[in-house]
Design a protein around this ligand. Sequence first.
Ligand code: R1P
Length: 306
Amino acid sequence: MKDKLTDANFPRTADNRVYHLGLKPGEIANRIVTVGSASRALTIATHFDKEPKTLRVLSERGFQTITGRYKGVPISVISIGMGAPNMDFFIRETREIIIGDMVVVRLGSCGSLNHTFAPVGTVVVPKACVSITRNVDFDFGSLEDEATKGERAYRISKPVPDNSELHKLVVSSLENARPLDSQSKIVGELVNASADSFYSSQGRLTSFPDHNTHLVQELLQEVKDLGTLEMETFHLYHLAKCWNNRSQSQVPSTGSPSGHIKPPLTTGPVQPVLLTSSPSEPPKSTSTTAPALAVNADSKIHVSAA
Ligand code: R1P
């Protein structure tokens, strides 16, 4: 399908679908479980009510959204792939088409940095999250170490705390759902770190000169209660925090959703976030500062009932 996109600042198709997710208003619920892989989304959707039929939207860019009901309550599961940029597409584009509060839970895998409190198999609901970003201004090709250069190869951010109310709710819900004979622990007192690479920024060694042999050790020294390591959660919490803290003067007058977001929640393999918002009108997304550019693109969007 060849679609003319209507707005270069916030691209949409002629039938009002946000460009990368391929969704239009009404096709995604306020309660969302997000995962990395498409197969996980399909597995989760098998638990949805059989009636009404679920709606499945596959976007050209690899996002998959399945919307249905669980015990009568509207819910969506969306697979977004990996990394902060995909989390950014997901949160920004869904925020534009969902009216009202958003509750987002990321259910994912992670590495454990604390084998005592989070052995393999543990479900971690972290109380906060930091980011690890590669300092691209660092001269990675040089043999000089960080101390000699007086510059760090990786930056560790301040933690973003979670919402204590939702955190408790998620932990207690997981405890209640846990089979009696399960050996898995549910841990709510650790901190998660999200890295901008699966490799260098998580201390893995590849053929590249990454200056990261001491990174994990530094993380454990600098981040209190650090327990898990993955790639998406910090950005989810960061956006929720930005949204929650913005003042009304920062809300564009041209149609972006207004409202506010409560502080985000964090979890490790399970990462919930509450983005409460009340758009005052159906989102239109325009900007007076948008470049005057009309975009034509192949926008293959597959919508099906399952
Ligand atoms: C890397 O293999 C991927 O696995 C982890 C990381 O965050 C990254 O996305 O999460 P998921 O299993 O949820 O994708």
